[in-house]
Every structure is written in C-alpha cells, then in structure tokens.
Design a protein around this ligand. Structure first.
Ligand SMILES: O=C[C@H](O)COP(=O)(O)O
Length: 248
C-alpha cells in the first residue's frame, strides 16, 4: 500500500517569518492525516522551518540541489548542506529548473543518484509541454524523462523515489489535466518503471500529479487508482487551502 504524499512547492515565495508562522498554524490541522505532508521551501527558510516542524508530521524539503559534494559552483547547495539542517526531501528536475536553469535529463539523473546516496528523498519531476501534448507525444516524452532519470539506479533504491508528473501547460495556469488523463499518464509511467525494474518495484513507487491542484479538485485527483499524491504550487501558499489539500 503506497502512502499518499501531498507536497507544497513554494517556489520563490515567503519570508522566514511567514514560513515559520505557516508551519505553526497548520500543525494541529494536519496532525491526524494519513498522508505524508511535505513543504518544499526556498533555501533561506529551510532551517527555521525544520525547527518549527519538529515534533510534528510535517516534513521540509528543498527545491533543488547540486550533484557534486563540493566545488566552485557559485550559488549552488549540496545534499550534505541540506541534510545538515534537517531537510529530508528535495525536488529534482522541476520544469521551471529545466526551462530556466539548464536542468537536463542527465543532471536530473546525477542529482537523483546523489540524493539517494546521501539519504534524501528525491521528488523527480517529469511532464510534457502543451506543444508535445498536442502532437500526441505525452507518453514518449515522459518515458524518455523517466528512463533517463532512473539510468543506473539500483532497484532497491527505486521505492524511495517519489515521481511527480506535471504537465507543464497545467502549471500555474488554472488548467488541470482531467483526473482520468493524469491517471492514464501516471499508470503509463508505472508501466515504464515495471519494464525497467519489476512489477513489485514499480507498484511501490509513489507518483504524484502536479498542475493547478486545489481544494476543489484534489479529491477527484486522489481518487484515481494510480495517483499517489499531489505536488502543489499556488494553492500550497495559503494555510487554509493546504490544510484542505492534506485532509482531502
Ligand atoms: O510544483 C508545483 C507545480 O509547478 C504546480 O504548480 P501550481 O499548483 O501552481 O500549478
């Protein structure tokens, strides 16, 4: 049985004060959920949010990391640096990183391997553009991204990885893939993982949907057979909405 995971991706939003207040405010309201609760915040907030979340079921994640252990990489952060402050998860290969910061399938693979080696849970993002969807390439694009992301990753480590399927055209646009469409692509991603590994391994991997998830549509999305959670941008910034998402 896969434990659902509802994750907020705050992107470039909130101050330390706001992040800590958010965690303090939602703590009691998410305490009894059966889902894993994760907030991926900007680097500057992480340490304070980890402190604020202590003793609760809220986990704190980063939105990126480098694949090297150290070096002349101005502006970058290592897995060890995240672990040192108590971060447990890291988003890897978000479409905004791929689009604006030169993230490639290869760097996604290197980062995923490094996160696993260090004991961080990678949340690996895949998804197609509108152009690719309209050209009927959604499954091919996702397959290529998954095959490349998992290249050289041992079967024993695969169930640790969380995959997030985010159709790029649905991010921040108010457009969501229909829950059936999203489930169809996610079931296909699971098939790809089955071909790469085994049925048993692929059945253990949690695959989230992301793209304009909000309280009004989360239940329908989560009721689909293969969708194991949501990676939420905009709606995760509001305490009341995030609490509703977690308690869908
Ligand atoms: O990582 C989260 C996604 O990019 C979705 O963002 P959104 O919920 O604002 O559409």
């Amino acid at each position: 049985m896969r434990k659902p995971i509802i994750a907020g991706n705050w992107k470039m939003h909130k101050s330390i004060k706001e992040g800590v207040a958010f965690v303090e405010a939602i703590k009691p309201d998410v305490a009894n959920t059966d889902v894993e609760v994760l907030i991926c915040a900007p680097y500057t907030l992480l340490q304070n949010m980890v402190e604020a979340a202590k003793g609760s079921n809220i986990k704190i994640g980063a939105q990126n990391m480098h694949f090297e252990d150290k070096g002349a990489f101005t502006g970058e952060v290592t897995a060890d640096m995240l672990l040192e402050i108590g971060v447990t998860h890291v988003i890897i290969g978000h479409s905004e990183r791929r689009q604006y910061y030169g993230e490639t399938d290869q760097t996604v693979n290197l980062k995923t391997k490094k996160a696993l080696a260090k004991g961080l849970v990678p949340v690996v993002c895949v998804g197609e553009t509108l152009e690719q969807r309209e050209a009927g390439e959604t499954k091919d694009v996702c397959k290529t991204q998954i095959v490349n992301a998992f290249e050289g990753i041992d079967a024993k480590d695969v169930p640790t990885i969380v995959v997030a399927y985010e159709p790029i055209w649905a991010i921040g646009t108010g457009k969501t893939a229909s829950s059936q469409d999203a489930n169809d692509v996610i079931a296909y991603i699971r098939e790809v993982l089955k071909d790469l590994y085994t049925d048993a391994v692929s059945e253990e991997v949690r695959i989230q949907y992301g793209g304009s998830v909000k309280p009004a549509n989360v239940e329908e999305i989560m009721n689909e057979s293969d969708i194991d959670g949501a990676l939420v941008g905009g709606a995760s910034l509001l305490e009341a909405d995030f609490v509703q998402l977690v308690n869908f």
